[in-house]
Design a protein around this ligand. Structure first.
Ligand SMILES: Cc1cc2nc3c(=O)[nH]c(=O)nc-3n(C[C@H](O)[C@H](O)[C@H](O)COP(=O)(O)OP(=O)(O)OC[C@H]3O[C@@H](n4cnc5c(N)ncnc54)[C@H](O)[C@@H]3O)c2cc1C
Length: 415
């Protein structure tokens, strides 16, 4: 067998290979599940292998721009998602030092009139459940939890993979939807771990009834400051409040106790507006996430193996669009596979071609936005003076490339 890619040689792994015509999808996150569902709707079977003991999401909030509805409509989960979602009236940016409102993007009727779909926020668990329920209704989809993939091989006819507990699976193609620290990417692209950018994040959800800070409760708000920001918004019909605090740190995410984290936050945010201190006092500092970045790359596939979502093109979180891109990928990939008559390598090349510019632009613009949020000194003055001239029409023009969705002629998406 001429293996194109080997992580751990399969023949040295114990267990009997479970062989089928199901496409193998590694990772049961939003991208992997969307791909499985979209494939099933085209009559194509898949087996989703998730490393965690259960399929599920980390329990924080997520924002969705109007572009994601082009996909949600087509995979039939818009109603289930909207039942759980909150519709903020606006997305705001405030100066973290003065509290002044810098940018206001109304997300009510005018945004819906322009982009045909709403802007929403919702609990990731609710979103995941909507997708999982839809997947479970499809006989073409097999969900396998507790299946941490450790190796794979491919030849001219099939792909074989192995899990940490010694199981083996074969299928006609392999989709790597295994996230930012993708094992499959390590083997296909080999560009190492994501590059730490010196920032970390803490995330918290509190009952809205316990929120004492004098802040907007219905809007999505980003407070941008020199080397730090906070994002907050409501969840579950205004009963919960989601807070994310992100800041530059010289400790680069090293583990420490909660008290030293708190001391570090107090020092980092010392000049921040008083409302931000009230928010920080509510933060659960038990866990912190290191923010990592990757450069855009041109190729995400090799033969019968392809990457998608964060495994292929993870953006910084500044645009709140990484999951939207993973979901768009899922539909586009299914459409390409469906039209390829078993030519997986061709389907994957067309998928790359359809998605590369949009996802790379998001990666690059997310970096620019990161700098914009954290501007200090004269750069902050220039930022604040510049945005003072922006009106809604200008903001719509800036966001059109993203919120208008992507063209079916490239693969899938725009209604
Ligand atoms: C603080 C923060 C806020 C964000 N906010 C937003 C937002 O508001 N809106 C938005 O659109 N995006 C947001 N994002 C980005 C978004 O979370 C990601 O882009 C999205 O989750 C990527 O989806 P994915 O399916 O590609 O990967 P993931 O969601 O990372 O899923 C990968 C899955 O693969 C599994 N896995 C990994 N390795 C293996 C293996 N070897 N074997 C088997 N399974 C494996 C994992 O357990 C996981 O379930 C945010 C990110 C962060 C960090």
């Amino acid at each position: 067998m001429s293996a194109h890619c080997i992580v751990a040689p399969i023949d040295r792994l114990a267990g009997v290979a479970l062989s089928s015509n199901s496409i193998l999808i590694v990772g049961g996150g939003l991208g992997g599940l969307t791909a499985a569902l979209a494939l099933a709707q085209r009559g194509i079977a898949s087996r989703v292998l998730e490393g965690a003991p259960e399929f599920g999401a980390i329990g924080y909030g997520i924002q969705f721009g109007p572009n994601v509805f082009h996909v949600l409509d087509r995979i039939g989960i818009t109603d289930a998602v909207m039942e759980k979602a909150d519709r903020p009236p606006a997305v705001l940016m405030r100066d973290a030092l003065t509290g002044n409102e810098l940018v206001r993007i109304p997300t009510g009727a005018s945004l819906r009139a322009r982009f045909k779909h709403p802007y929403i926020v919702l609990h990731r668990i609710d979103l995941h459940n909507a997708l999982l329920d839809a997947c479970r209704r499809m006989p073409e989809i097999t969900l396998v939890s507790d299946a941490m993939v450790t190796g794979f091989e491919q030849n001219d006819e099939a792909v074989m993979l192995a899990t940490a507990d010694g199981r083996q699976f074969t299928g006609p193609a392999l989709v790597g939807a295994d996230g930012l620290r993708s094992l499959l990417r390590a083997k296909l692209i080999g560009d190492g771990e994501p590059r730490p950018i010196g920032y970390v994040a803490h995330r918290t959800i509190v009952p809205m009834s316990e929120l004492k800070a004098d802040v907007h409760r219905q809007e999505v708000v980003l407070w941008g400051g020199p080397g730090f920001h906070i994002v907050h918004y409501p969840l579950r019909h205004g009963t919960l409040f989601n807070i994310v605090a992100v800041f530059r740190t010289s400790t680069h995410g090293e583990r420490a106790d909660v008290e030293s984290y708190r001391a570090e936050l107090q020092n980092t945010y010392r000049d921040a507006h008083p409302a931000m201190h009230d928010l920080l006092a509510m933060m659960d500092l038990g866990r912190r996430w290191q923010v990592g970045d990757r450069d855009p790359v041109r190729l995400w596939s090799q033969g019968r193996v392809v990457l998608m979502g964060d495994a292929a093109h993870p953006p910084l979180q500044s645009f709140a669009q990484g999951a939207c891109m993973a979901i768009e990928d899922g539909l586009c990939l299914a459409e390409m596979i469906h039209g390829a008559g078993g030519d997986f390598a061709g389907a994957f090349r067309r998928f790359e071609a359809a998605r590369i510019l949009r996802t790379s632009r998001l990666q690059l613009e997310s970096r620019a936005l990161w700098t914009f949020y954290h501007a200090e000194g004269i750069a902050r003055d220039v930022r604040n003076a510049t945005v003072a001239g922006w009106d809604e029409a200008h903001l719509h023009r800036c966001l059109a490339w993203l919120y208008d969705g992507f063209s079916l002629s490239d693969g899938a998406g725009r209604n």
